[in-house]
Design a protein around this ligand. Structure first.
Ligand code: ATP
Length: 146
């Protein structure tokens, strides 16, 4: 059997997820970063985005994360995220409202600091919506068209 990667995803509040996985994709600053067993040691910064965990024989798991770091060391992967939610835990309506608030702030404020905060809030909300919507689509695939 092929080697698996011990993975832990922790936030300042909790252990969001931990287990052994076959592969994962994380939203690094430089772009989506794929990690397979045997990956070289690494420390990279995360941005707000969706993360995918693949384990043989199971549906891929999706999470939304919002910044932090990913470390690969001694074959283990540790994600230290500011926030992390499994797609199932995401309250999509809350994320929609957060996105609307952030968009309204970006429209009406032109102060640098507020803009940066609103931009970060928008990115967190959009990452949550993407993860949540991807899982909803998987659960209720569109019926075939005639
Ligand atoms: P909001 O304005 O809705 O609070 P936010 O982006 O400011 O959104 P964060 O500060 O990133 O919220 O997160 C605060 C806490 O709430 C974290 O524990 C995070 O995991 C959780 N959280 C935020 N939004 C959601 C959501 N839509 N569904 C589930 N948990 C959420």
């Amino acid at each position: 059997m092929s080697k698996r990667i011990p993975l832990s995803i922790v936030t300042p509040e909790r252990i969001a997820w931990e287990g052994d996985v076959d592969a994962l994709v994380v939203p690094a600053h430089e772009g989506q970063l794929g990690i397979l067993p045997g990956h070289a040691p690494l420390l990279a910064q995360l941005r707000a985005g969706t993360m995918i965990i693949r384990t043989h024989g199971e549906d891929p798991r999706l999470l939304a994360v919002s910044g932090g770091f990913v470390e690969v060391f001694n074959g283990r992967v540790s994600i230290f995220a500011e926030t992390a939610e499994l797609a199932d835990e995401i309250d999509a309506e809350r994320a929609r409202q957060a996105a609307e608030r952030a968009k309204a702030q970006l429209k009406h404020h032109h102060q640098d600091k507020l803009d940066l905060q609103a931009q970060a809030a928008l990115e967190r909300a959009l990452a949550r919506l993407r993860a949540s919507e991807a899982v909803s689509r998987r659960r209720s695939p569109r019926p075939p068209t005639a």
